[in-house]
Design a protein around this ligand. Structure first.
Ligand code: UD1
Length: 417
């Protein structure tokens, strides 16, 4: 088992280049199934979930080549339509293959995704939308068995703007006759990136980034080449790291408007942040002050994926910061670990009240989930002494070699086996 050892108290300095977005590359990899052609994807991060998505594509019959940050998927031959249990378990968001497999094969068999560290992960919105589009769905011994009948486009109104459901509907709707409209669609930037990729394949998809997305069905045939958008959550995490440790850090190759809410909160806490083109520079010389209430919301609201990292910053800010988690019910598991480092956090249901303390102290802590693990690294950078983070496989799911990125900014961070 690997651990991450961070000795805190050193300000960070320098610049860091942001990788391609995990939450964008995964649906795009799934979408490569649809065109039956050659898809060249650049700026793909080297993450476990990406490897798992490639394994699923290969299992289905695709030829996949990975050279550095470029992945080429040739989906001319797709010979099966099932994703076995073992592969479903490897990748948390493997349900995103449902829509594209149905669109390509007219049927799909996927093992039911279980819950995860963030609580139950229901897929009712995905399934009911697919049924409306003409897919019959049975649950057979833990498998979701989908058969496409006469798939016809229609209006789908989502009761909640689920990111995964919006993506699955977009992908399945390509196989429908006529027009599909997704109303109350999720507006996350990754959905716009998926739309851009799909348009290059010849699909007619419009409106991503807004609450209404329209798809005109029809086969998408063109070979594509696409560059995956930068990871806004990784960018926000390194800004939080600089805020906790202090220093002068420039995050390069990111879209600042995608993390506007995080920049706003850090600025309100006293960080000096300047945006210039595709880079964001943060300077922090003094202890930050508490921030106005942070409520996680669907995009463009404050991202649930940045809640824990900002909380790590709030732990040593002067005063009280209140967090409300509105997206996932189990997203405060990192608070117990931050408390081991001396943080003062009171959790009641969806609300966490953080009373800033002067300094955190290094401790042995355990990453409880991907972003919670990142929060521990952020906290450790500003803490006194050495922090050992265990179970860093969670962090590895979303951050490429985090210890190297932090070390390049001058942090004392090493991975040990
Ligand atoms: C995506 C992101 C994840 C991020 C989340 C919210 C990927 C690979 N993952 O996850 O990093 O934290 O968006 O921004 O892009 N829900 C239902 N029924 C459904 C689907 C969702 O009740 O059928 C609920 C979920 O339980 C959760 C909420 O909706 O409470 C948000 O989920 P959703 O937007 O679907 O998140 P994901 O697509 O799983």
């Amino acid at each position: 088992m690997s651990i991450l050892k961070i000795t805190g108290g050193k300000p960070l300095s320098g610049s860091i280049r942001i990788n391609g977005a995990k939450n964008s590359v995964l649906p795009i990899l799934a979408a490569t199934l649809i065109n039956g052609g050659v898809n060249v994807l650049h700026n793909c991060p080297d993450l476990k979930d990406v490897t798992s998505a490639i394994k699923i594509l290969e299992h289905l019959g695709c030829k996949v080549k990975r050279e550095g940050k470029t992945i080429t998927v040739d989906s001319s031959v797709v010979s099966r339509c099932d994703v076995p249990d073992s592969l479903m378990r490897e990748m948390r968001s493997s349900v995103i293959f449902l829509g594209p497999i149905i669109a390509r094969c007219g049927c799909a068999v996927l093992h039911t995704p279980g819950g995860c560290e963030l609580g139950p992960r229901p897929i009712d919105l995905h399934l009911s939308a697919l049924e409306k589009l003409g897919v019959s769905i049975e649950n057979e011994g833990g498998n979701i068995v989908c058969k496409a009948g006469d798939m016809k486009g229609r209006d789908i109104i989502l009761s909640f703007p689920s990111v995964g459901a919006t993506e699955n509907i977009m992908l399945a709707a390509i196989a429908c006759r006529g027009a599909t409209r997704i109303i109350n669609a999720a507006r996350e930037p990754e959905i716009e990136d998926l739309q851009q990729f799909l348009k290059k394949t010849g699909a007619s998809v419009n409106g991503a980034g807004g609450s209404e997305i329209s798809i005109i069905g029809g086969r998408a045939y063109f070979d594509t080449e696409h560059r995956v958008m930068p990871d806004r959550i990784e960018a926000a995490t390194y800004l939080c790291a600089a805020a906790a440790a202090g220093g002068d850090v420039t995050v390069e190759d990111c879209e600042s408007e995608h993390i506007g809410t995080v920049i706003e909160r850090l600025t309100e806490g006293g960080a000096d942040i300047k945006v210039s083109g595709r880079s964001v520079r943060i300077k922090v010389s003094d202890r930050l002050k508490s921030m106005p209430p942070v409520r996680t919301m669907p995009y463009p609201g404050f991202p649930t994926d940045c809640q824990s990292q900002l909380m790590a910053v709030a732990c040593t800010a002067k005063g009280t910061t209140v967090f409300t988690e509105n997206i996932f019910e189990n997203r405060y598991r990192h608070t117990g670990q931050l408390e081991r480092m001396g943080a003062d956090i009171k959790v009641s249901g969806r609300v966490a009240v953080v009373e800033g303390v002067e300094r955190l102290k290094g401790a042995v802590v355990t990453a409880t989930d991907l972003r919670g693990g990142a929060a521990l690294a952020v906290a450790a950078l500003g803490a006194e002494g050495c922090t050992v983070i265990e179970d860093i496989y969670h962090i590895d799911r979303g951050y490429e070699k985090m210890e190297q990125s932090l070390a390049s900014l001058g942090a004392d961070a090493v991975r040990e086996e």
